[in-house]
Design a protein around this ligand. Structure first.
Ligand SMILES: Nc1ncnc2c1ncn2[C@@H]1O[C@H](COP(=O)(O)OP(=O)(O)O)[C@@H](O)[C@H]1O
Ligand SMILES: [Mg+2]
Length: 335
């Protein structure tokens, strides 16, 4: 049994609990993970880190030499760009940790970088263009709709029905709104109409395991709304999009398509060099071709999140799932 420090960021907690008090905070999630590791027989310490005091924390951990740090640090000092920084510091201080390293975390915080990596590895991902200025808006062919999203965010931030753009004017208008509100580049991608599948992958490099596939059930989505997982769908329980985007185990998926999805999800996980656990989101077009739309390193593993749901479907109770992630990380450092 191992000595494990569960470390989470505290910078967003206060702000988040003011805005959305019902949400599981990072701290609640970290507590659940600590309890799960304890139940699995590990010795556990729970530590929060806010930002600039990080050196003191690292120095202490460097001296205490835990077997593993369970890394739940998603940002520092109110800036998500410090998520990779923190992983880099852990490497500098030679503290073994769960999940992705600096490079993988940073690549996924730049969605166009992820796309370049996927494309270079021949992983199917929709055609795209990075939009930074008005000049970038010119010359997009509209033989099919485009979807726009913020280049540096996740959790569907900035995503509403207006992000599905069917005309150049609609795309320009929504893109300018996003630039103005979030002050960051926008990624335009071919909009893929079809099923949305979430794939949880455990492991590293050649040794990957795909957990039972889940998808978004859009049956309750009103027919005049696009079948996408908007910000409201993820965070506003009273919104029509919330009821219209129910995560469920996949059903009636042709075995050949399921096999393709698994192959593509593993290829995406490997291409971006995720470690231990990750989630790949895909859309499957009418021809049954899966397209990777999102690669998530260190995805949410709260008891009520998709990864835990996939693990449960694989017969892995929550404490076992959390312990498994820790074991995968420990084994990786031994290899
Ligand atoms: N190319 C696309 N075609 C269709 N829907 C998309 C596309 N890209 C994103 N979406 C929709 O937007 C949601 C959020 O986009 P995603 O790329 O997963 O970003 P995030 O990192 O915010 O989760 C997806 O779950 C999906 O419903
Ligand atoms: Mg996503």
């Amino acid at each position: 049994m191992a000595q494990i420090v569960v470390l989470y960021n505290t910078d967003f907690d206060e702000e988040q609990s003011k805005q959305t008090p019902d949400l599981t905070s990072v701290r609640d999630s970290a507590k659940a993970i600590a309890v799960a590791l304890h139940e699995s027989g590990h010795t556990v310490e729970l530590t929060g880190v806010h930002g600039v005091e990080v050196y003191a924390v690292l120095e202490r951990l460097h001296r205490a030499r835990p077997d593993l740090l369970f890394n739940l640090c998603e940002s520092m000092d109110n800036d998500a760009r410090n998520e990779p920084t923190f992983a880099g510091l852990l490497d500098l201080f030679k503290i073994p940790y769960t999940g992705a390293d600096l490079l993988a975390l940073a690549s996924c915080l730049h969605k166009h970088r992820t796309k370049e990596i996927l494309t270079a590895h021949h992983v199917p991902t929709p055609a795209y263009r990075l939009l930074r200025t008005d000049a970038d808006l010119a010359g997009l062919a509209f033989d099919r709709p485009w979807f726009v999203k913020l280049a540096h965010e996740d959790a569907s931030l900035g995503i509403t029905e207006a992000n599905v753009c069917r005309t150049p004017a609609a795309l320009a208008a929504r893109t300018r709104e996003l630039w103005a509100e979030f002050r960051e580049p926008v990624l335009a991608e071919h909009y893929i109409e079809g099923r949305e599948v979430n794939v949880t992958v455990f492991g590293w490099r050649e040794s990957l395991e795909v957990l039972p596939l889940h998808e978004i059930d859009f049956a309750a989505m009103p027919s005049d709304r696009p079948r996408i997982v908007s910000y409201a769908a993820k965070w506003d329980e009273s919104h029509v999009d919330y009821a219209g985007t129910k995560p469920v185990p996949v059903q009636n998926l042709a075995p050949a398509v399921a096999a393709d999805i698994e192959r593509v999800a593993k290829a995406a996980f490997r291409a971006v060099d995720l470690r231990d656990y990750g989630r790949v989101d895909l859309r499957v077009d009418a021809a049954g071709t899966p397209w990777v739309i999102d690669v998530n390193p260190n995805p949410d593993i709260s008891p009520d999140a998709g990864v835990a749901r996939a693990a449960a479907a694989a017969g892995m109770p929550y404490p076992k799932m959390v312990a498994r992630i820790a074991e995968l990380a420990l084994a990786r450092y031994r290899s």
